[in-house]
Design a protein around this ligand. Structure first.
Ligand SMILES: [Zn+2]
Length: 461
């Protein structure tokens, strides 16, 4: 298609936080989207004489930002929310594994659509799912998750997870909940070959993602890293989440989690890790040196009493940090825009107090930081010409926000702002707070029915 034939969407009269390298903002500006990319952004009105403008949007009272990027989630947990609500991580996992090991394809499909819908409605334009429970005979779970993301209309990374260290090998999951080493590696390779798209602007990518040190063998970590690097895809896992995990690593491997990951090939610029709460100075230095990314999940860390990740220290050291919802069995809201606020507030309870994070840094974590840890910072995460048109128009002309002095402060410190419009790849996904490709009421009924079916099957044992 010749450039002149591009279809354009023009957004004007809104505040804009570009989240570019200089944190450029416009009190009143414009954005021009041409097909799936951002053509121009600036102060004042859009240039005159643009051709093929199919839509012109008056953004008065709104703030435009890059779309939010979620870097850690477990979609299947959407149908096991509200359980084990007063537990730490290990007790919570042991309580839930027997139920999780009974999931099947219709359950996972409904849970994925519920998780995705909730995030998309709140301004997420790039989602990820770390899925690591693959019971025998449960169907094509990875395919169901990828189809759900495609139906919702968001950009997506499937982190194909796995577990092969069960109770009999000193791990936490029950024996019936895990795969074999060979089976997990073969299925992961097949998923990458079938679904991963390495091209610029890809809507679907796949990462290699063994679950956590206490549910995977050392061999799965080692061979998983080799597989990912042979296939040229990213690597993801959980790390340094709780004091119990740290103790587990010292007892089994004779070293802390970060040293263990380094010894198995799991630090590097192609790796991002969820949580990273219990990190000492040398752990943070190792992440910074290797450019290993972090998915910071403040609400889940609070829900499971895991602790406060040292995000200000990580940022000062140069560690790439994004935000994660984490699975909704440990963060029932399932929203990412509220994580901007929670990241800011929770980090102010740590050592740096009021200097820990500001509103702009929180917005950066949820956008550009997420794009960095997913390896997509040249494509998404800021509003700049040539980047993909993944953006959100937040309505701040509401009772909750209209008297807050500054739009970025209103977005981060204020109540969750409604999404008037979100675009993914230049295509509308949310309009006036409603999802365009999903029937929310029907989905609410489906997810409730699947949650009840799972509870019934789990109760039968
Ligand atoms: Zn997780």
């Amino acid at each position: 298609m010749a450039p002149s034939a591009a279809q354009r969407i023009v957004i004007e009269n809104c505040a804009i936080a570009t989240v570019d390298a200089n944190d450029t903002e416009y009190a009143s500006g414009y954005l021009v989207v041409a097909d799936n990319t951002i053509e121009s952004v600036g102060a004042g009105n859009a240039p005159e004489g643009l051709e093929n403008v199919v839509r012109r949007i008056d953004g008065t009272g709104h703030l435009a930002t890059p779309g939010l990027v979620n870097t850690h989630h477990h979609f299947y947990q959407w149908i096991t929310r509200g359980l084990a609500t007063d537990h730490n991580l290990f007790n919570w996992l042991v309580a839930l594994y027997p139920t999780w090991s009974r999931i099947d394809e219709p359950m996972v499909s409904a849970a994925a659509r519920g998780s995705l819908a909730m995030m998309a409605r709140g301004g997420v334009t790039t989602a990820m799912d770390h899925h690591y429970v693959y019971p025998k005979g449960s169907g094509d779970l990875s395919g169901a998750i990828i189809r759900a993301a495609s139906e919702t209309g968001v950009r997506f990374t499937l982190a194909r997870g796995s577990m092969d260290r069960s109770e009999k090998d000193g791990g936490l999951p029950p024996d019936f909940a895990v795969e074999t080493l060979e089976g997990a590696l073969a299925a992961t390779e097949e998923t990458v070959k079938k679904h991963h798209d390495a091209s610029f602007g890809a809507m679907t990518q796949v990462a290699v993602a063994p679950c956590s040190p206490f549910s995977i063998s050392t061999e799965l970590l080692r061979q998983g890293a080799e597989l990912a690097r042979r296939l040229g895809v990213r690597m993801h896992t959980h790390g340094s989440e709780t004091v119990e995990e740290e103790k587990f690593c010292h007892e089994l491997f004779g070293m802390g989690p970060t040293d263990y990951f380094e010894s198995t090939g799991w630090l590097g610029e192609d790796v991002w890790m969820a949580h990273c709460v219990h990190m000492n100075d040398s752990d943070i230095a190792a992440f910074a040196r290797t450019k290993t990314g972090v998915a910071h999940c403040p609400s889940s860390n609070a829900r499971l009493a895991a602790g406060i990740a040292r995000v200000p220290d990580m940022l000062a050291a140069g560690v790439p940090v994004g935000l994660g919802v984490d699975g909704t069995a440990s963060n029932e809201s399932g929203e990412l825009h509220t994580e901007l606020r929670n990241a800011l507030l929770i980090n102010r309870l740590g050592a740096h107090r009021e200097a820990a994070l500001n509103a702009r840094q929180a917005l950066r974590l949820g956008t550009h930081g997420g794009a960095q840890v997913l390896g997509r910072a040249t494509e998404i995460g800021s509003l700049e010409p040539g980047k993909l048109a993944d953006l959100v128009l937040w309505n701040l002309d509401t009772l909750a926000h209209s008297s807050i002095a500054d739009p970025v402060t209103a977005l981060v410190f204020g109540a969750a702002a409604p999404v008037t419009l979100s675009l993914v790849n230049g295509r509308p996904v949310v309009e006036h707070g409603r999802l365009l490709h999903i029937d929310e009421d029907a989905l609410a009924r489906t997810t409730r029915a699947e949650a009840r079916r799972l509870a019934r099957i789990a109760a039968e044992g």
